[in-house]
Design a protein around this ligand. Structure first.
Ligand SMILES: Cc1cc2nc3c(=O)[nH]c(=O)nc-3n(C[C@H](O)[C@H](O)[C@H](O)COP(=O)(O)OP(=O)(O)OC[C@H]3O[C@@H](n4cnc5c(N)ncnc54)[C@H](O)[C@@H]3O)c2cc1C
Length: 216
């Protein structure tokens, strides 16, 4: 049985940051991430001040945005955010850099998937799958940072998470200077669609549709 003080599940921004700060405080932490090649569907827009707050390398910034636009049909509202600009990052690179930061501080990083969790006295026994093999990990604490469709939440609470599909694409033939949020049933259902600047183009997508049929 593998042992660690704190097992952090999910190597996105939340989990990687938790693991980094734990390791920085000399707390024994293991971070597991299902796939190092996973790119979270995301506009990649982060408040610039977060880079200072969380001590993140600014070289990860691809573009700075100082205004956002709220668009509904022909109506367009421009909002100046020059005082609190948004930095655009590439989530694949950003998440990998945060995980690398956790590892540099001393956290153990594994490319593995959590498949089960059970409480055993004062401990948590987690089962992970790594390279088609299963391992059990005994920890004093478990941090559930496995995202919006959290497996841990399902195991502990028995939650059924409703699916929210996104359609998005990185496009190189157009570019934007501001982050646009588009509203209206035709384009975004009851949610929103977005067009964000990105390195070498734009990231556009929509959150329309709760079920696969509606989205299609
Ligand atoms: C379409 C869209 C656009 C968005 N745009 C923005 C934006 O521009 N700016 C912004 O701030 N936020 C944006 N968000 C929200 C943002 O993506 C999330 O708030 C953020 O990713 C949450 O970080 P997290 O670390 O909690 O979870 P996640 O980023 O989801 O990370 C969880 C990680 O856990 C891993 N994982 C899951 N299950 C397991 C398991 N069983 N075992 C091991 N690993 C597991 C996943 O692979 C994933 O890497 C957007 C979201 C969507 C859907």
């Amino acid at each position: 049985m593998i042992e660690t003080d704190i097992l952090v599940v999910g190597g996105g921004p939340a989990g990687a940051t938790v693991a980094r700060y734990l390791a920085r405080s000399d707390i024994d932490a293991m971070l597991i991430q299902r796939s190092f090649g996973f790119k979270k569907p995301c506009g990649g827009g982060i408040r610039l001040d977060a880079f200072e707050t969380f001590d993140i390398d600014r070289s990860l910034i691809k573009k700075m945005v100082t205004s956002i636009a709220l668009v509904h049909r022909s109506k367009r509202i421009e909002v100046d955010i020059a005082d609190t600009p948004i930095a655009i990052v590439d989530r694949l690179e950003f998440d990998a850099a945060l995980r690398a930061g956790a590892e540099e501080e001393g956290a153990t990083l594994r490319e593995a998937t959590l498949v089960n969790v059970e409480q055993s006295g004062d401990h948590v026994i987690s089962t992970i799958r790594e390279d088609a093999k299963h391992y059990r990990i005994k920890s004093n604490y478990l941090v559930a940072a496995d995202g919006v469709n959290s497996k841990i939440r399902k195991i502990i609470n028995g939650d059924r998470v409703s699916s929210h599909l996104t359609h998005y694409a990185d496009i190189s033939s157009v570019s934007y200077d501001d982050c646009e949020f588009h509203f209206g049933r035709a384009i975004a259902g009851r949610r929103y669609a977005w067009a964000f600047p990105h390195s070498g183009g734009a990231n556009i997508g929509t959150l329309a549709g709760e079920g696969r049929a509606e989205m299609e």
